[in-house]
Design a protein around this ligand. Structure first.
Ligand SMILES: Nc1ncnc2c1ncn2[C@@H]1O[C@H](COP(=O)(O)OP(=O)(O)OP(=O)(O)O)[C@@H](O)[C@H]1O
Ligand SMILES: [Mg+2]
Length: 444
């Protein structure tokens, strides 16, 4: 806008200097003054004409005649040979300071410089506008900064609050309170962090609960044989003149309880050992499932014979697999032992070894009592027995299938059950034939 005013004004100064060049060369003061007053009124400004020395020859306001103008723009035109120059000046009108624009145009005739025309016009309106814009700019800048500051402090407040509750939660967990959870709000990084925290807290809570349950169950299971042993020994100790047969029967019962306790402690130790195996350093050997199953059957044959149970082996896969031999044999033994244990006299047990894709499968099928649908998912839990009184006679503690499951998972395999009450059960243990292939599949 200011530039437009300058170029407009420059044009007028140039036109005027051309128009008065002749009269100026002739020093025609009267004509020059008239022209200056007229043009000054037209453009709502003041017109001055100076000679080569900068002395005012004509002033449309008739105030500065004979005075020397020293403004730099006048000097630029008079001494540096420029055709045009301009400058801004603050002028005191007596009442107020106003901003004026001086446009200086050379007066020349036949390329000879005679002097210059100085057009003076108020640009106070533009300056006022610039001033106002500058002010609004400051106000907007201030407001934007204020809003930014408020937003920043809100953000910091939000972050500090979130971190504070995360800290409180972590401290609570460090002190053993695993029930603590964080509020998950929004979908930002903090929400992800809160979610991760909650998952961690949930896992810790699960581990803690399962540890307490385990200790409670193990203590209970160990207490039961101890209690019956205590009753039996007290009977022997305090009952005078006990019949030798009864006495021997009691000792036999104590012996059975000791066997039960030993088996249970062995299973507990085995479970701890299995849980502590470092899978990345686990040494896998090549072993034949067929010979493993054959060994198990030979060992358990006498128990099966006691109940007139026939055990059949169907070997459809003869190859070797990568495994932890001792543990896998133990797992198979647990399955076959259960099949015999939970099958009535005269029943049969069929063990099939086959290959299904990359997996070697051991199926142990019996014609026993079967397992109800709702019990099927629970039987793999530690200490879980379908009927406590029933298994009390059979002497189990409910760790057998949990050990089978732990061994299956250690091999990246799995265990499943198909069963119908009264008709029998089939346990299906699947183990990868090649451990490395299976592991790299999991690591991907
Ligand atoms: N083949 C089967 N037929 C019917 N019920 C079974 C069979 N195998 C397991 N069960 C049920 O599942 C329960 C859990 O089995 P698991 O082998 O874990 O424990 P257990 O045999 O009672 O004791 P142990 O720790 O001595 O093996 C058993 O108590 C039994 O009720
Ligand atoms: Mg068992």
């Amino acid at each position: 806008m200011l530039n437009m005013r300058i170029s407009d004004f420059a044009q007028q100064a140039n036109d005027f200097s051309l128009a008065v060049a002749y009269d100026f060369s002739k020093n025609n003061g009267e004509a020059l003054y008239k022209a200056a007053v007229e043009a000054g009124m037209d453009m709502n400004g003041r017109i001055l004409m100076v000679d080569k020395a900068g002395i005012v020859q004509v002033d449309s306001f008739s105030l500065l005649n004979g005075m020397r103008l020293t403004h730099s723009e006048v000097q630029e035109v008079l001494t540096q040979g420029k055709d045009f120059a301009y400058g801004f000046h603050k002028v005191n009108t007596g009442e107020e300071d106003i901003w004026c624009l001086n446009c200086v145009s050379a007066i020349s005739q036949d390329t000879e410089a005679l002097g210059a025309v100085v057009l003076v016009q108020s640009v106070q309106d533009i300056m006022q506008m610039v001033h106002d814009i500058q002010w609004s700019y400051y106000v907007i800048y201030f407001l934007v900064m204020l809003v930014l500051l408020v937003l920043l402090s809100l953000l910091i407040d939000y972050l500090l609050k979130a971190l504070g509750s995360l800290k409180a939660g972590t401290e609570a967990i460090a002190q053993g309170d695993f029930s603590r959870r964080m509020k998950v709000e929004g979908r930002d990084e903090l929400a992800t962090l809160a979610e991760a925290f909650n998952v961690m807290a949930q896992r810790l809570e699960d581990v803690d609960r399962s540890r307490s349950e385990f200790i409670a169950n193990a203590s209970h299971e160990l207490k039961t044989p101890l209690t019956s042993m205590k009753i039996l020994t007290e009977s022997i100790l305090y009952e005078d003149g006990m019949d030798e047969n009864v006495y021997k029967e009691f000792l036999g019962d104590i012996d059975q309880e000791i066997d039960r306790m030993t088996a249970m402690i062995n299973d507990l130790l085995l479970m701890t050992r299995l849980q502590n195996i470092d899978e990345s350093r686990m040494y896998m050997e090549k072993a034949s499932l067929a010979s493993m199953v054959d060994g198990v059957v030979k060992k358990l044959q006498p128990i099966a014979e006691q109940k007139w149970i026939s055990v059949y082996q169907h070997i459809q896969f003869e190859g070797t697999i990568d495994c932890l031999g001792v543990h896998l044999r133990h797992a198979i033994s647990n399955l076959v032992e259960n099949a015999i244990k939970y099958t009535g006299e005269g029943g049969r047990v069929d063990i099939t070894i086959l290959r299904e894709g990359s997996m070697a499968v051991v199926r142990v099928k019996d014609t026993g009592e079967g397992i109800a649908k709702k019990e099927q998912e629970k039987i793999f839990e530690r200490f879980y027995r379908v009927s406590k009184s029933r298994t009390r006679e059979t002497g189990g503690t409910g760790l057998g299938l949990h050990i089978v499951q732990t061994v299956a998972l250690l091999h990246n395999g799995h265990i499943a059950v198909e069963s119908e009450e009264g008709k029998g059960s089939t346990f299906i243990l699947s183990i990868p034939v090649n451990a490395d292939k299976e592991r790299s599949k999991y690591e991907k």
